[in-house]
Design a binder for this molecule. Structure first.
Ligand SMILES: [Fe+2]
Ligand SMILES: [Fe+2]
Length: 294
């Protein structure tokens, strides 16, 4: 029987449109990042990202989850360009975006609450993060760990209020027998990234998850393909991460890939099959292998 197919990609780091000079950017983190971009721009290529997106579309998943760092400097121009790019993936009701640290780079000039991306964050008139989307057997609990940080830092934070609200959503959707998928940008398991890049309240999140449980957690930020786990009430909760979706093969960093995650009912529970697909030097996207999560 065919299950619900969820595509997971992350860290698009959409190459920025030409940026107008703003006095407000002088000595800001955003300006510093523009210099860093000169070094990084060969790590994030539009043709790679477009090939990955075309492959996702060709596989026609039921839903797409994007776990942050959609853009690089959080300028209004980038938010607008990202909207255009996201629209190509289909109806925003079928695509969920959890923002990353690069999407919240500087508080100055960045749109409040990621407003230009509202159709991709959650449904209807929900008040803000965490957003809940129920799709087929899935409850997508969309968190935001994206906060502006000091220079040279790429940390994230959820905040106690968001963690408390997420706990209520996870309990409620768990009681309904849904397959709960938590989306956020930063890693949840300890030690995945250095402290200066870590989720500052990951311990509080893990303590909450150990009580409420979740069937799967998806994140980005590490720019690596990872399978980690954290304790849940009935056993370990699997956590998947994917490399940046715009990194070419044969360069610095893990080449772009995405996961097709198929969730099928299996007796009283679910069976989760993960199929990885990755970019080649010829800019085709090929299957890399598959496994069943347990
Ligand atoms: Fe990133
Ligand atoms: Fe990040």
């Amino acid at each position: 029987m065919t299950g619900f197919r969820l595509a997971h990609l992350s860290d698009l780091q959409l190459p920025p449109p030409p940026l107008p000079f703003r006095w407000g950017d002088v000595a800001s983190k955003r300006l510093l990042s523009r210099f860093a971009w000169r070094r990084k721009q060969r790590r994030h290529l539009q043709p790679v990202l477009d090939a990955i997106a075309a492959d996702v579309l060709a596989q026609a998943p039921d839903h797409v989850a994007i776990t942050g760092d959609v853009i690089n400097f959080a300028t209004p121009e980038e938010f607008a360009a990202a909207r255009t790019w996201l629209q190509r993936l289909g109806d925003p009701a079928d695509v969920t975006v959890s923002p990353g640290n690069h999407d919240a780079l500087s508080a100055a000039g960045a749109p409040k609450s990621f407003a230009p991306w509202a159709p991709w964050l959650g449904d209807g008139d929900a008040a803000g993060f965490p957003y809940l989307r129920v799709r087929g057997p899935l409850a997508l609990v969309n968190l935001s760990s994206a906060v502006p940080t000091a220079l040279h830092l790429a940390q994230g934070a959820l905040g106690s209020a968001q963690i408390t609200r997420a706990a209520a959503l996870l309990r409620e959707t768990g009681e309904r027998g849904l397959y709960r998928v938590v989306l956020l940008h930063h890693p949840v398991a300890p030690g995945v990234v250095a402290g200066r890049k870590a989720l500052t309240d990951a311990g509080q999140l893990r303590a909450m998850l150990a009580e409420t449980g979740a069937e799967l957690i998806l994140h980005g930020h590490a720019h690596q393909a990872l399978l980690t786990r954290v304790p849940g009430p009935l056993g370990p909760i699997p956590i998947l991460a994917t490399p940046a979706a715009s990194t070419p093969a044969g360069g610095h960093g893990e080449p772009a890939r995405w996961n097709e995650i198929e969730i099928a009912r299996d007796g009283a529970g679910f069976r989760t099959t993960v199929r990885a697909r990755g970019i080649t030097p010829a800019l085709t996207v090929e299957p890399l292998g598959s496994f069943v999560l347990c």
